[in-house]
Design a binder for this molecule. Structure first.
Ligand code: AHR
Length: 510
């Protein structure tokens, strides 16, 4: 009897040549995104100073502690579509203005979490700010005054207002997004129209912080594509050509790209209570990230062969149907072992493109879409995706090392996927770090790992798997999907590892 390909347990051999180092895996590819959307900010981060939930100046302590552990390098804020309707003055001072949030459920936006609260939150978790300014419905003057308010140390009226509101030192703003999806929710602009706006905002929205005038200069990120259709390749062409032909008076350092794993925008799929068909279909879909990066990088290479402009994938992740009973505008979904595998595959794609992809922001950090954390009043639970980000911490600012392997195949119906994926890097700690994903939901995989230019003695680390592809952590059962220790055997100078089905594994090699 001939067994189908997926039923044959294959051994996979991986080889890492220590002499062939690549680009730095920028820690910023592990960035997060926090939009004023559903419970992303209110309840997720902000509970208010008078809350019974333990907090520091209104920001929940449990969430801060959890985020510190994954070393969040940057947070994109305040949106998203929300950013292009955001007016920062409504979120400072004693009298906050109540507005509406028409994009996300039409609820009241109290503006109690605003500029100072966000910067305090960033500070509490040890992260950096990636602010998106309002290009859709705001003005260059409004954005320019926000940056003056935040960053000048001169005694201007705006700076005095900041001091009166409790922050005497200028804030550091390392990353500035000029708009959001201005081809769609950000004002349905043509690429040419947006390019004109970009030039104006880039010119006038200045960072005055004395500490950010030279090496630590604020990086300006333009709106980029949201897919592979001709309108998006034309968008990338227009912005990159515009940049190449720029005058001294404006510049940009990054081009954003958005790509969600959806499968079908019309009929969204469930985030829990699914089987192997949906597992394989979503992973197939998520691997399109590679094609999209290749497509837009090729256009960028034409105008920027030295790769001065970073491709910033500042919205990515799985987008499923809202959980039954939730406000559909709040984008609440569960997060399963499938999402753990999906996030590892995407991070590995970013790492392999580290020379161009130097920043990425998963959507979104708390309670929204593919979140790290879910909260419900005083309760908090960490998701499988959270644990993947935790396991990948050693890859932040590590140096990429190519891994050669024949990935094998996992087949489900008409869907064929690589059975394993892997990356390696030399960490800032000097150690060799290896990540291996076993995509196959049914079979363990035997790994033989050989290193050229290093005598291996041991490998230890963590592996994340779960009983089912749709296993989740809940408030009642928070430890269904948690990493457990793993170690390799050494045999004939190679490391031998057995990886469980549907697993993500990170080991350090000695
Ligand atoms: O992340 C949710 C939304 O998706 C963002 O607000 C928008 O930019 C994108 O369409």
């Amino acid at each position: 009897m001939v067994l189908p390909a997926f039923a044959i347990a294959q051994k996979i051999e991986l080889t890492i040549d220590m002499s062939k180092s690549g680009a730095k895996i920028d820690r910023n590819i592990f960035g997060q995104f926090a939009e004023h959307l559903g419970y992303g900010v209110y309840d997720g981060i902000w509970v208010g100073r008078d809350s019974a939930i333990p907090n520091t100046r209104g920001i929940r302590n449990d969430v801060v502690n959890a985020l510190k552990a994954i070393r969040v390098p940057n947070i994109r804020y305040p949106g998203g579509c929300f950013a292009d309707e955001y007016h920062w003055r409504k979120g400072i001072g004693i009298n906050r203005v109540k507005t509406l949030n028409p994009n996300w459920g039409g609820v009241i936006e109290p503006n109690t979490f605003g500029t100072h609260e966000f910067m305090d939150f960033i500070d509490q978790i040890g992260s950096e700010a990636y602010l998106s300014v309002n290009v859709g419905s705001g003005t260059p003057q409004e954005a320019s005054e926000w940056l003056e308010y935040l960053t000048t140390n001169q005694p201007t009226d705006l700076a005095k207002e900041r001091v009166a509101n409790g922050h005497s030192a200028p804030y550091k703003i390392p990353y500035l997004g000029i708009g959001n999806e201005n081809w769609d929710c950000g004002g349905n602009m043509s690429a040419d129209y947006y390019l004109s706006q970009l030039k104006i905002y880039s010119r006038f929205v200045r960072n005055y912080n004395p500490g950010q005038q030279n090496a630590d200069k604020m990086l300006k990120i333009a709106v980029g594509p949201g897919g592979d259709e001709p309108r998006f390749t034309e968008w990338t062409e227009t912005i990159m050509k515009g940049w190449k032909e720029r005058s001294w008076s404006w510049d940009m350092q990054g081009l954003s790209m958005h790509n969600y794993t959806v499968v079908d925008w019309g009929t969204k799929y469930k985030s829990v209570g699914f089987g192997e068909d949906e597992y394989s279909r979503f992973l197939k879909e998520t691997l399109k990230m590679e094609d999209l990066i290749n497509k837009h990088s090729a256009i960028m290479d034409k105008y920027d062969p030295k790769k001065e402009i970073a491709l910033v994938v500042d919205e990515w992740g799985a987008w499923y149907a809202p959980l039954p009973g939730s406000n559909p505008g709040f984008l609440v979904q569960q997060n399963s072992q499938r999402d753990a595998v999906l996030s590892a595959l995407n991070i590995n794609i970013f790492a392999r493109h580290a020379d161009r992809v130097r920043m990425a922001n998963i959507a979104q950090m708390i309670n929204v879409l593919q979140a790290m954390i879910m909260t419900d009043k005083e309760k908090m639970v960490l998701t499988p995706t959270y644990y993947v980000f935790k396991m990948y911490v050693p890859f932040q600012d590590a140096t990429f090392l190519p891994v050669t392997f024949d990935a094998g195949k996992y087949v489900r119906g008409a869907i064929e996927l690589p059975r394993v994926d892997a990356i390696a890097a030399k960490g800032k700690d000097g150690k060799l770090w290896v990540e291996i994903t076993n995509v196959d939901p049914n079979q363990a995989v035997d790994i033989d790992l050989a290193t050229i230019g290093m005598n291996v003695k041991a490998a230890v680390g963590e592996t994340l798997t779960a009983p089912r592809v749709d296993s989740v952590n809940t408030f009642e059962k928070p430890n269904e999907v948690v990493p457990k220790p793993i170690s390799a055997k050494v045999q004939d100078g190679k490391l031998i590892l057995k990886l469980e089905p549907r697993s993500v594994t990170v080991v350090s090699v000695k």
